[in-house]
Design a protein around this ligand. Structure first.
Ligand code: ADP
Ligand code: MG
Length: 690
């Protein structure tokens, strides 16, 4: 029998599934579901366990469950508002009593008969010691359908147009297709045996339509294991190619270093000194440096980059600093140039806004070795960029780059040392796993004199007071950011919401103040001009999208206002907040929360209570789940569809160990051809495996 591979499944359009026509196809497309593989790996969010019947007395608050009971009252119907009906009935079993309530389903009255027994399913709530259940589904206890109701049903993330039942039936049909075939297993037999992993077809079937809770568990274990195993294998084989046995540059001690450090306008913090000692040790060893520098926003990571670049250049090599945005590149260029100028280190900015000729000139000088350090955005990884003697590669705000981009840059040198810097405070345990053999340094101290940013969560009712506050601060000579969120996935709209806000306030409340706007749709030259006038203080209020999220440094700006703060992740809010509090003045962050949801409020509370990025990231992870946290966008890795790096830490360790064993025995996966093929299919074009 031929085994079906992932690629085979990916080749089959979703239209191949019974019941999917053109219109459903386009609805599924919105969920990024295009083919049979996507459907089969669209895993349930949770389950409705209709399989075990509970006593009424044992029903737990908020936990979905089934119970059987007798109707002991007539169904009463009230109409508290126009267009709204509320039906109520009392239900009893030998252990207790519960009230069922249905909104806008007056017809339930016709299906429930006083004195008869029914099976109900839903989430019970305990209120003032009384039990109630809202909108439960139910079936006659003796009915033939009972069997149908007594099972575990998957619950998928649905949309308005794609309801639960449609998704269920489409997945059901998809499962039927693979029912009789064997899916090729990606995990080597030895590993499967060791961890007693069930096979793939079984796992996929059971994860969607489980026969029992135990089946969900074993299926989930297998699928989580598989996902993490492949992830680790991908990362490790990638790293083993990048680091392993290679001999790096052995930098030497630089006498000038002390003078250079003395020239700084401030004393380095102890944390900065400690981290640079670690970096310097790496640079002086013959091993290739692969170090991640983690430090909260404002902790002064740039200085570490400056010191490392200086050392590299003084030892006769060139350095490259890659940053995610033009604004940041420009800013780094200016501050670094001013430090380097007196010490004879030449630095250039390679920005995409330069003309072709200007770029050519810069590249020419890099090739000849006339330029020591180049700073730039992704422009640095273009083919035409070449170096004479690239010895150090630094990426700032690492979370914005994929693994691949960094590697392309390092390949422009001969085993250059690599330093990556990030402000995304990944909880340490996770960082160790995610970055595997990357060495980690942490700047765990802010420069002296920083006052914690005072953060407030407010709603529309506070608008006027906030506006007055903004005006007060501007009168004191301070500057203000107003950040508008991405309203939809479209850049167009995102930009518009900032545009609309800027237009609005500059015509009304802040008519007399200088309001500027900056967003990703603007030309580089326009952005530059705006940033210039914000830095110089000409602009008092800068309305922006999240493009200012990373790295922007204007110490005179002390107020950060974030519109629709509920739409941002906590880590991102923390990054945005980090744009203020960069000088000696007290800074403020105002979060406009437009949501009443409990989660949103909880998240705002975390922000107002903590200024510590590590605490915030832990919480963020807990609330949002790491699927999002470690999403493709952040790390250039395939998205995790089922594993939860927070909950599944144990499985992660096992998967990592197994992956490590395989890679150590067979670094290029030469003896694991099948696995290598799977890996390529699994990672898509995210990672290149040579
Ligand atoms: P981040 O870690 O967020 O990249 P930066 O490197 O941009 O932080 O530094 C934030 C601000 O702190 C900058 O204005 C920088 O000049 C300043 N700074 C850095 N190190 C020190 C220090 N040791 N003492 C005082 N200010 C410092
Ligand atoms: Mg920075």
């Amino acid at each position: 029998m031929k085994k079906i591979t992932i690629n085979d499944l990916k080749q089959k359009s979703i239209r191949y599934i019974k019941g999917v026509g053109e219109s459903r196809e386009s609805l599924f497309k919105k969920l990024e579901i295009h083919n049979l593989f996507d459907v089969l790996t669209y895993y349930p969010r949770e389950y409705e366990d209709r399989s075990s019947i509970k006593n009424i007395a044992d029903l737990q608050n908020g936990v979905p469950c089934s119970f059987e009971g007798t109707i002991v009252s007539n169904v009463s119907i009230t109409r508290p508002k126009r267009g709204m009906t509320v039906s109520r009935v009392s239900i009893e079993d030998s252990t207790g009593k519960i009230t069922a309530i249905w909104f806008n389903q007056p017809y339930v009255k016709n299906s429930l008969k006083l004195g008869d027994n029914y099976i109900f399913f839903g989430k019970a709530e305990r209120k003032l010691n009384k039990l109630q259940i809202v909108n439960p589904v139910f079936e006659k206890a003796s009915s033939k359908d009972m069997k149908k109701s007594l099972k575990i049903l998957p619950v998928y993330s649905s949309t308005k147009d794609l309801g639960q039942n449609i998704i269920r039936s489409v997945v059901y049909e998809a499962i039927k297709i693979i029912n009789d075939i064997e899916l090729e297993d990606m995990i080597p037999l030895s590993v499967r045996d060791k961890f007693k992993l069930p096979d793939r077809t079984y796992s996929i079937k059971q994860i969607h339509f489980p026969a029992s809770v135990r089946d969900i568990e074993s299926a989930r274990f297998r699928l989580v294991f598989e996902e993490l195993f492949m992830l680790q294998l991908g990362l490790l084989s990638y790293k083993s190619l990048a680091t392993d046995t290679r001999v790096g540059i052995k930098y030497t001690h630089i006498d000038q270093m002390e003078d250079f450090i003395k020239s700084f306008p401030f004393e380095l913090t102890n944390a900065q000194k400690k981290v640079f000692v670690e970096v310097e040790k790496d640079m002086e060893s013959s091993r290739v440096m692969n170090r991640l520098v983690q430090g909260d926003v404002g902790s002064g990571k740039t200085m570490i980059a400056v010191l490392a670049l200086f050392k590299a250049v003084k030892c006769g090599y060139q350095g490259a600093l890659m940053v995610p945005t033009e604004i940041l590149a420009e800013q780094h260029f200016k501050s670094i140039k001013s430090l380097f100028d007196c010490f004879g280190v030449s630095v250039e900015l390679l920005s995409s806004s330069l003309t072709k000729k200007q770029k050519q000139l810069i590249v020419e000088e890099l090739k000849e070795g006339k330029t020591d350090v180049v700073i730039g955005t992704h422009a640095l990884i273009e083919d035409y960029v070449e170096f004479k003697q690239l010895g150090l590669v630094i990426t700032d705000e690492q979370h914005r780059f994929g693994v691949r981009q960094r590697t392309i840059l390092t390949e422009k040198g001969q085993n250059p040392d690599v330093l990556v810097m990030t402000a995304t405070p990944i909880p340490r345990t996770l960082a160790l796993i995610l970055y595997g053999d990357l060495d980690i340094s942490i700047i765990d101290e802010l420069p002296p004199g920083r006052k914690p940013i005072k953060t407030y969560s407010v709603n529309e009712a506070m608008r006027e007071r906030i506006n007055n506050f903004v005006r007060e601060k501007v009168n004191e000579g301070r500057q203000v950011y107003i950040v508008c969120p991405l309203v939809e996935e479209s850049e167009e709209i995102e930009a518009k919401s900032a545009v609309v806000t800027a237009e609005d306030i500059s015509k009304s409340v802040f008519r007399d103040l200088n309001v500027g706007i900056i967003h990703g749709k603007m030309k580089s030259s326009e952005k530059e001009a705006i940033m210039k006038s914000f830095v110089s203080g000409e602009i008092s209020i800068l309305v922006s999208t999240t493009i200012i999220e990373v790295g922007v440094n204007v110490p005179n700006a002390t107020v950060m206002i974030i519109e629709n703060a509920e739409r941002f992740g906590l880590a991102q809010l923390h990054q945005l907040r980090g744009r203020v509090g960069r000088g000696d003045e007290q800074s403020f962050c105002i979060l406009f929360n437009q949501s009443n949801s409990k989660v949103a409020k909880e998240r705002m509370k975390i922000m107002t209570h903590s200024n510590d990025g590590f605490v915030i990231s832990e919480k963020d992870l807990e609330i949002r789940g790491p699927g999002e946290f470690f999403g493709t966008r952040q790390h250039g890795l395939p998205e995790l569809k089922i594993a939860n790096l927070y909950k599944d830490m144990e499985i992660l360790k096992q998967a990592q160990e197994s992956a490590m064993e395989i890679i150590q025995a067979d670094p290029g996966l030469m003896k694991h051809n099948e696995l290598k093929k799977h890996l390529a299919a699994y990672f898509g074009d995210k990672v290149t495996l040579s």
